[in-house]
Every structure is written in structure tokens, then in C-alpha cells.
Design a binder for this molecule. Structure first.
Ligand SMILES: [Zn+2]
Ligand SMILES: [Zn+2]
Length: 191
């Protein structure tokens, strides 16, 4: 059985389901999975075994992810940890074998062994900002579907922080400026 926490937005849930479908096609999921939203700037996701004797897992997925492809990759990465054959392998052994198979079968998917969220805004190439809460999302790869949706004003994607669909593409210079201003404001708050 698979449960997806209703605190994920409908769009986010759709991406989780897309990830589940891709991996279930190759290695049918019989284990019990519960998807739960996590926050923070350090981890994309985690997978935790909840019981030693039954295949019961909780999978945390970072709510800050907005690019559907990123979500799908993290979902597959974490589900890969939850099979009887892979659950003691960390990122080697059967886990790695299966990740390689996925990467070969789906050209858009790149399962990585470690997927830490980048901490420094200058590490990114493309930037999308939420006009409502000013949260900035950075991408190392161009998020084509997201940018197309923004350009066409389709409102298909939502901010993982405030759920607003008022997203806008910004330049790197603007992103750095806004982040610097936010940092200054934070300093003032501490003082
Ligand atoms: Zn992992
Ligand atoms: Zn927002």
C-alpha cells in the first residue's frame, strides 16, 4: 500500500505518482510506503525502515522541490532503498545496479547516489522566484517544463513554501541581489 500525505500540493502529488509508476513498472512495489513532506536546505529526501520484520517504510521528500523531474528523481532514488534486495545496500550493490538500469531506460531521469540540495545560490544557473513570498528556486539544469509554464502564464506549478502559483523567472544577478538583501534583513533581525 502507498500513502501520500495530503500536505503535498496536487501537482507535487502527481509528480510523486509519476515516479512511483516508472519504478513500479520495472520492480513492482509490494512494500508499504508512506510519503511525507520535509523542509530544509540540506536534503532532497530520505527513506526510513519503520519495522524490522515487515516491509514498512516512510519516505520524506523535500517540499522545496518544484521541478517535476527533480521530484520524480528523488522519489525513485528513495523508493530504490525500500526493496528487500536493496535496503541494506546504501548507494552500492543492488541499489546502484537498479539506479543504472533506470538511468539507461529513461533518458530524462538521472538518479544520483547523493543528491544534496545546493546551499549556495551562485551554484545555480537558472532561477525562478515566487512573487508572493520571494522564495528563490535555483536549478543547475534548465527546467524547461516549468519555464514554459511560466512564459505561457499557465500557473501549473506552485511554490513549495506558500503554494502560490505566481512564479517568475529571474536573472542570476537579480537572484543574488535579492538573497543579499534577505541576508542583510536577517542580520538586522538578529541585532
Ligand atoms: Zn539514498
Ligand atoms: Zn511562495
Amino acid at each position: 500500500m502507498i500513502t501520500i500525505d495530503s500536505n503535498f500540493s496536487p501537482e507535487f502529488q502527481a509528480s510523486i505518482k509519476a515516479g512511483i509508476a516508472l519504478i513500479d513498472k520495472i520492480w513492482p512495489i509490494t512494500q508499504t510506503l508512506t510519503f511525507t513532506p520535509i523542509r530544509g536546505r540540506t536534503r532532497n529526501g530520505w527513506c526510513r525502515r519503520d519495522d524490522e520484520n515487515t516491509p514498512l517504510y516512510t519516505i520524506g521528500i523535500n517540499k522545496n522541490l518544484v521541478n517535476p523531474n527533480d521530484i520524480i528523481e528523488v522519489v525513485i532514488h528513495e523508493i530504490l532503498h525500500s526493496y528487500a534486495e536493496t535496503c541494506y545496500d546504501h548507494h552500492g550493490g543492488e541499489w546502484k545496479k537498479r539506479a543504472d538500469i533506470i538511468n539507461q531506460r529513461y533518458p530524462d531521469i538521472h538518479i544520483q547516489r547523493t543528491g544534496h540540495l545546493k546551499k549556495n545560490i551562485s551554484d545555480y544557473k537558472t532561477f525562478v522566484m515566487c512573487n508572493n513570498c520571494e522564495h528563490i528556486y535555483g536549478y543547475t539544469n534548465t527546467p524547461y517544463t516549468l519555464l514554459k509554464s511560466i512564459a505561457r502564464n499557465e500557473g501549473r506549478f506552485r511554490c513549495g513554501q506558500c503554494n502560490s502559483s505566481d512564479l517568475v523567472k529571474i536573472s542570476k544577478a537579480t537572484a543574488l541581489e535579492i538573497e543579499a538583501e534577505k541576508a542583510k534583513q536577517k542580520e538586522r533581525e538578529i541585532v
